[in-house]
Design a binder for this molecule. Structure first.
Ligand SMILES: [Zn+2]
Length: 378
């Protein structure tokens, strides 16, 4: 048994100050205030020295870690995120890959998930293939622009559905509902996300199990029906529907989502429907004028913003700065909410019986120690 002592425990909506948490067989056995609980005899003791102890972070949408793409070097990418407190990660494959590349990418990631290096990989987030080519960082090279045909997508469904946790789509693509039906035949609980889209509310509402909005307010359209009248499109539908979780890329300068927009989305969606993601990519295009010193945003070779260089610890810090969120709040956005969205009841929270994926941090989300299923990582 492991006893973590002298830690302030991060609960979903409060703190337990000066707490103790017991781990046995990779799971949380018990926890509480130190003045009310004692260290069991024979337990190994980890003194947190007054740090905060929270559930490990869960990044559901990230293409890379450090300088490694997940589909090429999944172990290296996964370790990078783990060092920053991400104990569960869904490597993301993008719609710029061909069918064969997607199939290969799934295999590469799946193999890594079974190894020590990729121990925090828990499935795949499929950003595509049927998105709207009008909205993306790589409009020209989209091999999935043509008609939706089951002979193109069925091999992917057959090979990968059991390992895919989220499937993104643009609901306005003609034929996309056939694709949805075929995925649901294989897995009736698959989660769909609206992404790179200019769908109307009706088109979004027609997709079963649509519970997520990919990088909310980024790469979405504005269906203007009348001049000088604001259209109603993806962002409005996501804000309107209580059951849809909103991903947010929260960078230091508020480029992906303006700080005012972050606060507006939080006000509309509430604390239980916001999910921080890194959407990290590897691009090393020139930094355009005005962005000097920015280290958590990527630019492609055209100087356009292309995802981030974030990890979730940093995204949490940015969220505190831009919205005044507390440490308890950001653990919701980066751990509890993604776990709930995915239906993972034994991760993302300090609870008896939950998997002991844990992080020690200071008040500013500087992670000092990571435990994966109760095992401290170096
Ligand atoms: Zn995207």
């Amino acid at each position: 048994m492991l006893a973590i002592i002298n830690a302030h425990l991060i609960m979903p909506d409060h703190l337990i100050p000066e707490g103790i948490l017991l781990v046995e067989d990779g799971r949380i056995k018990d926890f509480g205030e130190m003045r009310l609980m004692s260290v069991p005899e024979g337990a190994e003791v980890l003194d947190a020295g007054g740090a905060f102890l929270g559930p490990g972070l869960i990044d559901i949408h990230t293409h890379s870690g450090g300088s490694a793409w997940f589909y090429e070097e999944p172990g290296a990418a996964a370790r990078h995120h783990l060092a920053h407190g991400t104990t569960s990660v869904l490597p993301t494959l993008y719609f710029n890959l061909t069918l064969q590349q997607l199939l290969d990418g799934v295999d590469v990631v799946r193999q890594a998930a079974g190894t020590k290096e990729g121990a925090n990989i828990r499935g795949i987030y499929m950003e595509g293939p049927y998105l709207n080519p009008k909205y993306g960082a790589d409009r020209e090279n989209n091999p999935w622009k043509g008609d939706i045909d089951s002979k193109d997508y069925q091999p992917l469904i057959d090979r990968a559905t059991d390992f895919i946790r989220v499937w993104c789509l643009a609901p306005e693509r003609p034929g996309v509902l056939d694709f949805v039906d075929d995925v649901l035949k294989k897995d009736p609980n698959m989660i769909f996300s609206v992404a790179h889209s200019e769908a109307s509310p009706d088109q979004i509402n027609a997709v079963e199990n649509l519970r997520l909005a990919t990088h909310h307010t980024n790469a979405t359209g504005d269906l203007v029906k009348y001049p000088e009248v604001r259209g109603v499109c993806v962002d409005e539908t996501v804000n309107y529907r209580d059951d849809i979780y909103a991903e947010l890329i929260c960078d230091s300068r508020g480029i992906h989502v303006d700080p005012y927009m972050l606060r507006l989305v939080l006000k509309i969606k509430g604390k239980s429907r916001v999910i921080l993601v890194s959407d990290a990519c590897v691009f090393d295009g020139p930094i355009p004028p005005g962005y000097d010193g920015v280290t958590d945003i990527n630019f492609d070779h055209a100087g356009e913003i292309a995802g981030s260089k974030l990890t979730l610890d940093r995204a949490c810090r940015n969220m505190m700065v831009h919205t005044g969120a507390s440490l308890v709040d950001v653990f919701r956005y980066a751990s509890l909410n993604p776990a709930d969205m995915l239906g993972w009841k034994d991760r993302g929270r300090i609870k008896r019986g939950a998997v002991a994926d844990l992080v020690l941090t200071d008040h500013w989300m500087n992670i000092s120690k990571v435990l994966l299923a109760g095992v401290p990582q170096d």
